[in-house]
Design a protein around this ligand. Sequence first.
Ligand code: TRP
Length: 338
Amino acid sequence: MEQRKKVLSAIQPTGDMHFGNYFGAVKNWVALQERYDCIYGVVDYHAMTMPYQPKKLRENTWELIFNLLATGVRPDFLFIQSLVPEHAELCWILNCFTSYGQLMRMTQFKDKSRQAGELGGDGFISAGLLDYPVLQAADILIYRADYVPVGKDQEQHLELARDTAQRFNSQVRKEYFVLPEALFTEVPKVASTADPTRKMSKSAGEKHYINLFAEEGRIRKQIRSAVTDTGAESDNGEMSPGVANLFRLLKASERLEAHDSLLADYEAGSLKYVDLKEAVADALVAISGEMRERKAELLADKKRVKDQIKASSAAIRKRAQQTMREVKELSGLLNVRF
Ligand code: TRP
């Protein structure tokens, strides 16, 4: 039987999961499970690179596990990064094969170091933030993943992972690490309904994202107040970003019939935005209803689910440990089993 290609992706436990995360990434993770050997991580080590609270981090980690399981991610494909400490160990080794200058040039480092200075208020920027892409490289290389489904914003990090892998391979004179490729699946990019010129995200504040597990009333309210035409751009004959975003949400929710008939109304000049908004709200409410139902079932069995994820993390750790034995051998480190 042909070996399935390996897919690895990861997400940081930083609080609520929203429709942008779901349509833009997690829904695709679920789909990829059919075709690939998938490994999906909740990367808590990564979440320490920005100012954070220890107690909140642990809560967010489990919360994200339950959220991911509710969306349909398979429990045996899911692990918690800090339960596989070999990621940090490999990160150290890879640090010694990564160019400091290349890390300094990462756009995300430049953006986030500015943010960290502002958030913490004291200008503190951790070395972890600079090193973050090397930990990400370790996440990928430790399982010899072939494909990494990521957004365009992660392309630079993936290039760094390949450069680091290549430098390691040439140093040890062996094509040991697989050079991972980005998997850019066409995924809908959802914007904030409060400001459709920016993407849906938590960092901009509560009104800029719609929680995937939100109650019906909250979703309807957020969609009702979605920005449509702001006046300025409505004269040039192009669809305004807010209206386009509502259509995108409808399509991402797989309400294709409603989408097409409302789009026909738009083109005929007879579309009422209230109708579009109602269709979008109905679609999102239906999805969040399903998500909340599945999450409630999982939460009713909390201990069993947590044990299951600890067990899957332990199984995934075995794969990471095998890689570490080989890497230590190749890099001239000692390999003693106590
Ligand atoms: N850096 C990614 C993000 O912020 C998260 C991440 C960490 C990741 N490790 C990874 C993504 C490995 C893909 C593969 O979105």
